[in-house]
Structures are given as C-alpha cells and as structure tokens.
Design a protein around this ligand. Sequence first.
Ligand SMILES: NC(=O)c1ccc[n+]([C@@H]2O[C@H](COP(=O)([O-])OP(=O)(O)OC[C@H]3O[C@@H](n4cnc5c(N)ncnc54)[C@H](O)[C@@H]3O)[C@@H](O)[C@H]2O)c1
Length: 326
Amino acid sequence: MVSNFSLKNKKILVTGGAGFIGSNMVRRLLLDNEVTVLDNLSGVDRRYIEEFEGNRNFKFIKGDINSIFDIQDAVNFDLIIHLAANSDVRNGSIDPSIDFKSNTQGTFNVLEFMRRKEIPEIMFSSSSTVYGETDVLPTPEDYGPYMPISSYGASKMSGEGFIFAYSHYYGIRGSIFRFANIVGRNSTHGVIHDFINKLMANKKELEILGDGTQRKSYMHVDDCVGSMIYVHSKIKKTDVVNLGNSAVTSVKTIADTVTSQMGLHNVKYVFTGGLDGRGWKGDVKVAQLDIKKLEGMGWKNKFTSDEAVTKATAEILEQRGISKKS
Ligand SMILES: NC(=O)c1ccc[n+]([C@@H]2O[C@H](COP(=O)([O-])OP(=O)(O)OC[C@H]3O[C@@H](n4cnc5c(N)ncnc54)[C@H](O)[C@@H]3O)[C@@H](O)[C@H]2O)c1
C-alpha cells in the first residue's frame, strides 16, 4: 500500500521547473519544502510558475543548466530534480546538437555542480526512448542492449550513464525514471495538442501522422509526479525505474477522444502513412513499458493509459479555453 511517502523539509533545486512536469512537481513539493527553480524559459514562458510567486518557499532563477555554476548563492541543496532538457523528440532529427547540448552536456554540468557543492541526491527524467525499438514488449528495465533511434534517446542514455558513474565515484544517490508519454495540465506539446491545433483549424478533417496504429503507454502527470517522489523515498542506491502504464493507447483512440471531447462528429481521418507507419523519423512505433518494478515497490497508478489520455484531453481543452461548442 502507498502510505507515508513524501519529501519534507528539504531544499530542492528543480531544473526545468517552469515546464510541464516541473510545474506540476513544484506545486506538490511546495506543500512541505523549499524549492528553487532553474529554467532558461526556452520551452515555455513563466505562465505555469506564476501561481507560486509570492510563496516564501519558492524562488525562480532564469538561467541555463549549462551555466549552472552562475547560481552562486544557491548552496546547501539536499536534492536536485533534474528535468531541464530539450523535451521534443522530433527536434533531434532536424538538429541533433540540441539534444547533445541541453541533455547530455546539461546533465553532465548538473552532476558537476552536485559534486562541487556536495549535493547528495538527484532525480532524473530519462525516457522510454533509451530502449529504441525492442522485441520485448512490455519492456523491462533490464532489457538490452539499448539501441535508441533518436538523438533524444541517445542523450537520455548518456545522462543515465553519467549518473551511474558519479554515483560510483562520489556516492550520490540517483533515481532515474524512464518515462512513458506523460500527459496532463500544463503540457505544451505532444499528440493531444497537435490534434487540438489541427481541429481548431479544420473541424472536418484531421491529419494523423503515421498510420494510426502507433501504440504507446500514457501516464497522467499526477501519477508521474507522485510515483517519482514515492520511488525516491524507497530506493537505497542509484537505480532505474520505468514509469508508465501497463496498457497502451493507439493514436487513433487519442484522435477519437479529442474529437469527441471537442463535440465534433464525422471528422475524416487522413493518415500520412509513410516511414513504416511511424509519425516521424525517430518515432518509436510501439512503446510499452513493463512497470512490474514500480508496482513491486508498492505504487499503484490512479489512472490507466486510456484514462490518462481522457483526463489530460479535458484538462488541456479547459486550459486552452476550448469548449465542446467552439
Ligand atoms: N513529457 C513527456 O512525456 C516526457 C517523456 C519522457 C521524458 N521526459 C522528460 O521529462 C523532462 C520534463 O519534460 P516536460 O514534458 O515537462 O518538458 P518541458 O519542455 O515542458 O519542460 C522542460 C523545461 O526545461 C527548460 N529547459 C530546456 N532546456 C534548458 C536548459 N538548457 N537550461 C535550463 N532550462 C532548460 C524548458 O524551458 C522547460 O521549461 C524532460 O527532461 C523530458 O525530456 C518527458
């Protein structure tokens, strides 16, 4: 049973804390902790952290993780929750150096900062993309060898590697989380947003990248944030845990959910097909994580993959001010 888990009375640095998962994490942490957010605002403006301004336990620093040593006054953190990254997998095929600079080099700099400032713990947002296209579904944490098919996946894989090395060298404790697709309020991009944008432009027809059979597991951001904190309270030494749902949701089901919640009928789906039915170069067509390790630790998600998509669609439509009739 899930009980008695939380982070309390800690000084926590959240990199990327102005973003989607970060802002949801910060809201949760501020119940019991002092939180500093470091974010260069490249992914989103300040809109999701405005609600925390004025809270005396909250501080925002606009800055890049590659210049993390500039935050001289920031001492004595107990924990870094490292979420800052180029989070859009699609960008990599256009310019892979984005993933290298923000994700690989950025994570290295965060670890160097930890070493020099003697910060003992890190939580890291890795990704299911480290596995690449696997022949074992659902994919467990000990599957290998990893063969990512995107520079994003490669950059997350290297981040994990450096965390293990720093744990061995310097005794830090790291919780490495391989996220499925996380959805919910404050998200900025992804398939639900894509469909809403397209349907706002044309209510009769929806272009769906790939052949619509891409299937992935989706996790609601409340379950993501909750399970991160939970797992971190359980593990004794650096470890990797898949975060997701055991079932998958197809892209076509997401299209049905979005059109129905927008109150649209008889929308014609146009599949782009191409690239073996994947959405774009670097897109893993079927991603399903084995979450036995997570559940074995005693965690149970509140929402299934389909429920996460349904709830997230409602939250996003509400945040964007789109009602059924619009
Ligand atoms: N959302 C998902 O489905 C998902 C899945 C797997 C992994 N992840 C990982 O989880 C983390 C959070 O993702 P998210 O969905 O909240 O993305 P997001 O883009 O909303 O948040 C990332 C934040 O990092 C900031 N940032 C980017 N580069 C930076 C830099 N060099 N220095 C400082 N700040 C920087 C951005 O401004 C943004 O606010 C990322 O590491 C992402 O790769 C997300």
